[in-house]
Design a protein around this ligand. Sequence first.
Ligand SMILES: [Zn+2]
Ligand SMILES: [Zn+2]
Length: 461
Amino acid sequence: MTTTLVIPGPLSEEVATASRNSMECAAVLLARRIEAGRDVRLLARSLHPVPPEAYIEQSPHHLLIASQGYVPALGAAEADHAVPIWFHTHPGEEGAPLPSNHDRQVDREIADLFQLRSGSGLYGTLIASPRGADYVFSGELTPETGETSSIDRLWVVGERWKLMPAFARQATLPEALFDRNVRAFGPAIQTILGDLRIGIVGAGGTGSAVAEQLVRLGVRHLLLIDNDSLSESNVTRVYGSTPGRVGQLKVEVLRDHLLAIASDLDCSIVDGMITTRSVAWALRSCDLIFGCTDDNAGRLVLSRISTYLLTPVIDVGVLLSSDQAGTLIGIDARVTTLTPGAGCLVCRNRVDLGRASAEMKSPDERQRLANEGYAPALGRVEPAVVAFTTAVAAAAVNELLDRLIGYGPPERPTETLLRLHEREISTNRAFPHDAHYCHQAQGKWGAGDEDPFLGQLWVTV
Ligand SMILES: [Zn+2]
Ligand SMILES: [Zn+2]
């Protein structure tokens, strides 16, 4: 079992700031807990600092806090269906974020109260020490009955994405295979690439090109989703496809291809559409997702996942336009990054809502509405060319690398537009609309498994 604490950028900044204080300080972090297969994810919701008057003693090595410093936060945890995590700092660049004997005593004294008052049955701990602009941490989760388990990794999702292993975890050195990568971005990022769990929705031209690049970069945990079989005309652009495999599931063809590149790859596949609840549910285990589908309804689901599960989504699209004679005149592609604080695909007008709702209807119903002029005709075969799908896939993987490494501008754009016919690249940023679920004030950041899942209705099949 691996436990990941997922924390939005602004909350992580609060943790970093507290850790840089020369005095020990404390707070209660609220997080919703979801189980994704064998793994647990804690989605951080809010940080409730201990008010100054509740500190009885405070020094660089010691804390004594009156119960009114944390009891109100336990009520907030109950109201928010969250796990209360007792957070404190061990100051100093040399500080080790490991529990002291005194910390252990505090745990014994307050665990019951935290488990009971929050209604969660759980008591969490988090200790942080500063390291430059960042911090290092250790953490644990203790249920009312059962054993204490550690918080193994912390996934910061904001302008930058940072995957931090728990302090005590031994860092492993990347294999010699990755020497050229390591020379470009160092061993830490290489290890992170190997540890990230990445979902790819769509295993066609762009999805297969993204997958192959990720595996060559050193990504070792992939979840591939697609409901299509390989057709003859896919062989012109789907990586790993061969004429001999036409008719087989795209996800199986791609998985076999990727395993031939890296036999140690952990690759799960789902034959299904992301617009089905069970398929969207499977994505709960991912740290981040590439959206490589041309399906508008699917994009709506991906948008919601990015907010409700704090899972960044890199969504790609390619649009080819032709003149009246049918000849190519425009090659427009985009890479849109959905991360807490950025506008979702709806706020950006990147989803055709008419098509999305038509895609959710049964084929008969869709045809009837299309005939009556109430719905766009679907099922048209769009042109697609390997050079363009590969170009946008590379731009999408480039976006992931920048978010991890930070070589880009500090005010990161959340969208890159490639106008390949103009040989032009531009970028932009878009922010959530006030009343939309992707806005922080709506309380949906890290909402987790709330019913209905992702706050949307699901078609029963
Ligand atoms: Zn301590
Ligand atoms: Zn939005």
